[in-house]
Design a protein around this ligand. Structure first.
Ligand SMILES: C[S@@+](CC[C@H](N)C(=O)[O-])C[C@H]1O[C@@H](n2cnc3c(N)ncnc32)[C@H](O)[C@@H]1O
Length: 233
């Protein structure tokens, strides 16, 4: 695998949120290497995107592949009446949504973005289209929500759809259980190799976690690798 320091790393590191640089690199390469451009007429969605730290690597990869359709960011934070996040100081900026959109436009000018201020299950229940890319990083990562999301998602995917679960193998149990259930024999999905050993070593050697505004990367020394990837069979 040909690893380089990505041109979008400064914007990624400056964007506050969850993802580590290792996870971002793993996601970027997984999309670049596994996305079937023949299913580009479907749309991409990040469930629990917050202001898009998890969206950046995927949207750049899709843009570089020539994707021109919608990338939806679904998170109740985009509907101010929904919820408040005491820890997310960046949501106090009244322009955070506009700023998010502007950043993504610069990184991926050919991709259309839309923010959806809804709970994932309400949006998925109402939405009538199909997805080519899905990230699940919503809520508290408990099984009841994940099962509801997958209930709708299974009806909205096509062979080749890429599905990623964050906090897979971290302190949360449900995302890893779901990843195994889907990816094991008969689950309808195949697990992707995200090349973590090589990526984590590269990130460490080049100190790429330095300055990353991630609530998971304590003191810039720990680079979590908790994105699990699957492709629909
Ligand atoms: C772990 S954070 C996501 C971090 C983000 N993906 C990143 O990389 O920075 C979880 C997010 O899920 C959102 N959320 C909570 N319940 C949700 C639901 N039912 N549907 C969609 N998003 C939800 C929260 O507002 C929060 O922003």
């Amino acid at each position: 695998m040909n690893l380089e320091i990505p041109w979008w790393i400064d914007t990624f590191r400056k964007t506050p949120g969850a993802f580590s640089v290792s996870e971002a690199l793993a996601l970027y390469h997984a999309v670049k290497d596994n996305m079937d451009i023949n299913i580009f007429h479907h749309v991409a969605i990040d469930l629990g995107s917050n202001i898009g730290k998890s969206s950046i690597p995927a949207i750049v990869a899709l843009s570089e592949l020539g994707y021109e359709d919608f990338f939806y960011m679904c998170d109740p934070i985009f509907e101010p009446l929904n919820i408040k996040h005491p820890g997310c100081y960046w949501l106090d900026d009244p322009n955070f949504e506009k700023k998010t959109d502007a950043v993504l436009k610069i990184l991926a000018p050919n991709v259309k973005t839309d923010t959806i201020g809804m709970y994932s299950t309400i949006f998925l229940k109402e939405y009538a289209g199909r997805f080519n890319y899905i990230m699940i990083d919503s809520g508290e990562h408990l099984m009841p929500l994940l099962e509801q999301e997958m209930f709708y998602i299974e009806k909205m995917v096509v062979p080749g759809t890429l599905l990623f679960l964050h906090d897979c193998g971290a302190q949360y149990v449900a995302p890893y259980e779901m990843y195994n259930k889907l990816g094991d024999e008969g689950g309808g999905w195949r697990k992707l190799d995200l090349h973590y050993p090589e990526i984590v070593e590269f990130v460490g050697k080049n100190q790429l976690e330095e300055g990353n505004q991630s609530w998971h990367c304590y003191n810039n020394v720990y680079s979590p690798a908790f994105v699990g990837g699957l492709i629909k069979l």
